[in-house]
Design a protein around this ligand. Structure first.
Ligand SMILES: COc1ccc(S(=O)(=O)[C@H](CC(=O)O)C(F)F)cc1
Ligand SMILES: [Ca+2]
Ligand SMILES: [Zn+2]
Ligand SMILES: [Zn+2]
Length: 165
């Protein structure tokens, strides 16, 4: 996706426009808080949830055609996408609601058939702050989803965000 290199401010706002039926709303909101913390822990960025108006990062769950030129594709395949920093749709993160969203803390069998909302969100928020994909297999920004039990940000991810901010 085209977009700017990085945000021109460090106090980023985000707004959750809707929730997936797969998890309780407060579980989803907590997963997003933890996914943002991955990046605020290693950068000068702060992420604040707002509940009305236009946020830097607008988050929504949608399936197939969900209002932008990049429709989702049903179960599996594309899991989510996010736009690089900038105005309007830039910076926004969309999650494919044809996926079954779970969390690692749940029963492992559910995670095996579901996707960790925390892991996917942390990856998408990486794009939303300007990060591209990593070539390092163990990096969060590696383009392939792989379930990780106890997640650890890779040095390559840290180098990426600290290069930008
Ligand atoms: C680890 O986090 C993710 C890995 C892969 C994806 S994805 O398979 O949905 C990817 C989108 C992306 O890289 O953000 C695909 F090209 F659509 C999303 C999150
Ligand atoms: Ca999909
Ligand atoms: Zn979209
Ligand atoms: Zn990606």
């Amino acid at each position: 996706f085209e977009g700017d290199l990085k945000w021109d401010h460090n106090d980023i706002t985000y707004r959750v426009l809707n929730h997936s039926p797969d998890l309780d709303a407060d579980v989803i909101d907590d997963a997003f808080v933890r996914a943002f913390k991955v990046w605020s822990d290693v950068s000068p960025l702060t992420f604040t949830q707002i509940y009305s108006g236009e946020a830097d990062i607008m988050i929504l769950f949608g399936s197939d055609d969900h209002g932008d030129p990049y429709p989702f594709d049903g179960k599996d395949g594309l899991l989510a996408h996010a736009y690089p920093p900038g105005e309007g749709v830039q910076g926004d993160a969309h999650f494919d609601d044809d996926e079954f969203w779970t969390l690692g803390t749940g029963v492992v069998v559910k995670t095996r058939f579901g996707y960790s909302l925390f892991l996917v969100a942390a990856h998408e928020f990486g794009h939303a702050i300007g990060l591209e994909h990593s070539a390092v297999r163990d990096a969060l920004m590696y383009p392939m989803y792989s379930y990780i039990e106890d997640f650890q940000l890779h040095q390559d991810d840290v180098a990426g965000v600290q290069y930008l901010y």
